[in-house]
Each structure stands twice: as C-alpha cells, then as structure tokens.
Design a protein around this ligand. Structure first.
Ligand SMILES: Nc1nc2c(ncn2[C@@H]2O[C@H](COP(=O)(O)OP(=O)(O)OP(=O)(O)O)[C@@H](O)[C@H]2O)c(=O)[nH]1
Ligand SMILES: [Mg+2]
Ligand SMILES: [Zn+2]
Length: 305
C-alpha cells in the first residue's frame, strides 16, 4: 500500500502522485464507491488516498482520507487557498461577480487571493485604469491580497509564488481570463495549454477542460490547480446567513447592529448601513450584497412554488 494525492481525474482514471522519496504518477482505477463515516464519497482531485500497485505505473485507489476542505466549483478537495482571476477588460470587470465568487470561498474558510489580469490591455489615459485602481484599493482595504498583472510584473509573480509555499492553491474564474496563462508564467515548465498556444497551432481556442494539480517546483507540499472557467454560481446553495458572512467588513461590525441576525437591509440601528452612510463601507460592495441577497430570496421563493 502506498499513499498519494489525486492530481488529475479523467475518463474513469485517477492519476495519483505518490508520497515517496522519488514521487511518481500512478494511473489508478477506483475500487467503486467509498464509504466515509457512513457517507458515500466519489474521489476528487486533491484527495489523499491509499493505493495498491498492480504494476510499476498502475494501481487501484483503495481508500480516500477525510477532507480538510471541499470546493464544489471547481471540484477540488483539500484546498488551502483560491487564486481568483478576474480580467480587467475583455470581458469587462464586474466586481459584483467577484464578490459572488468570494461568497463561496469565504464560506469554505479558504484564503482568497485576487488577481486582476490583462491590465496591459488598458491604455494609460483610460478611465478603466482609475476604476481598476479604486477597485483594487477597496479590496486591499477590506484585507484581501490583490495582484495586478501588467506584463511587467515579475516581482508580483515572485510574491504570488511565495504565497503558494506549502499550500494547495487553486485557480478559479471565468473562462478566458488567463488562469492557464498565469500558471504558465508562474511555472514555465508546466506548459498547460492556453487559448493563445493553440491559436498559434491553428486549432482554435483552447479552453481548460479538467482540473489538474501541478506540483510547484522546489517547494514541498505545494500544488497549484488549473481549472476550467465558469461563471454560473448558484447562491441558493448557501444560507442567507452565509451570504452575510461572505462580506468580511460586515462581519467585523455585526455586533454593533441592534438586532442579532441583522440582515443589514431594512433593520433600524444597523451598523453596516451606518458605516455605508459614513463612507466606511464601499457602496459597490453593499450593492452587490443586496443583489445576491435578493437573488437568493427569489431563488428560494421559486423553489417553494
Ligand atoms: N493581454 C493579455 N492577454 C492575456 C492575459 N492573460 C491571458 N491572456 C490571453 O487570454 C486568452 C485566454 O487565456 P487562458 O489562460 O487560456 O484563459 P483561461 O482562464 O485559462 O480560460 P479557460 O481555460 O477557458 O478557463 C489567451 O489568448 C491569453 O493569451 C494578460 O494578462 N494580458
Ligand atoms: Mg485555462
Ligand atoms: Zn446590520
């Protein structure tokens, strides 16, 4: 029996990187369904497993260890942090969508890192540059790490790489924002396919289709996962309280609201609404909060009909 980590799952096979002096990748079939504390589990990328070898390079997954964390989208287990990539243009930056991603990350107790890509595409005199600066300052003031990719950013890339030390990180964001491109810039030897590479080969746009964990070279227990892009996120999977908890700056002051369980929308003596009026909470954050709250209410109402 050997232990390892599932780094890729494709067409019924699990690719397991072994924990050994010289790690190797073993192609495995799963033994069927796994029971864990009476729950059925399907192995996920990121799972720590034990395997039985049938040859030097093939084996069977025998057991899945219990998970430290489990993301539904992208589907990865045992993640420590999420590198959330948002393009500043092409597609146009939508901070409310960024906040929607943050809702899920915060509620999984994962550390988000925000990366704004394609900043090299905005002209210096463009108003979009001011907007980017305002938005990134806002997220920094709330306590998030924010990186901006300008093409001339090797220092930032080094800092980002250091943040991945000893951790399992996963890239997340819409399709075409540059997740695979960023992975290749951080780890040039990984050579994952990006939209650009295959366009050169004349095969049209390449889009990532599976989750793959890639070991960060020279760093122990460090992995970065490339994932397929997505933008559909179902807020009805969360509770109303989780939506409120998804906004860090509201959490900090909720004890000052008059009512316990204040939703910060219509209640009197609400600390969030007071701070909003004082300018200490960003309007765009509060607006996105109301947007996801009302989407949540609407989805719940419809599901009851
Ligand atoms: N100008 C510029 N182009 C970028 C940047 N990052 C990515 N691109 C381009 O955007 C396109 C899509 O990049 P990918 O890295 O494949 O995007 P992705 O997020 O992996 O997309 P999916 O795999 O579909 O989820 C490619 O043509 C890249 O060259 C950037 O920072 N600046
Ligand atoms: Mg990709
Ligand atoms: Zn309140």
């Amino acid at each position: 029996m050997l232990s390892g980590r599932i780094v890729k799952a494709l067409s019924g096979f699990y690719y397991v990187l072994t924990v050994e002096e010289s790690p190797r990748t073993i192609t495995c079939r799963a033994r069927g369904i796994f029971k864990h504390k009476k729950k059925l589990v399907t192995p996920l990328v990121g799972d720590l497993v034990t395997i039985e070898l049938s040859s030097d390079s093939e084996g069977t997954v025998m057991e899945v260890s219990s998970r430290g964390s489990e993301l539904i989208r992208p589907p990865v287990a045992n993640v420590d942090q999420v590198i959330l990539v948002f393009a500043v243009t092409d597609p146009e930056l939508q901070p409310e969508l960024l906040d929607k991603f943050l809702l899920f990350i915060e509620n999984e107790q994962l550390t988000p890192i925000i990366v704004f890509s394609k900043a090299d595409l905005i002209q210096e005199d463009d108003r979009a540059l001011d907007r980017l600066k305002q938005i990134s300052d806002a997220y920094r003031s709330i306590g998030y790490d924010v990186f901006i990719l300008t093409g001339d950013d090797s220092n930032d890339l080094d800092m980002l790489l250091r943040k991945m030390d000893g951790r399992v990180s996963v890239l997340a964001g819409q399709s075409g924002v540059g997740k695979s491109t960023l992975l290749n810039r951080l780890m040039p030897m990984a050579l994952v396919q990006t939209g650009e590479v295959s366009a050169k080969l004349g095969r049209g746009k390449h889009t990532t289709r599976h989750v793959e964990l890639i070991a960060v070279p020279g760093a122990e227990h460090s992995f970065l996962a490339d994932t397929p892009g997505f933008s559909q996120l179902d807020v009805s999977l969360l509770t109303a309280e989780q939506i409120t908890n998804g906004y860090r700056e509201f959490l900090d002051v909720r004890d000052q609201c008059k009512f316990r369980g204040c939703t910060h929308v219509h209640e009197p003596d609400c600390a969030v609404i007071r701070l909003l009026a004082e300018g200490a909470i960003h309007t765009f954050r509060y607006e996105s909060y109301k947007q996801w709250m009302s989407e949540w209410t609407e989805l719940k109402r419809r599901s009851k009909r």
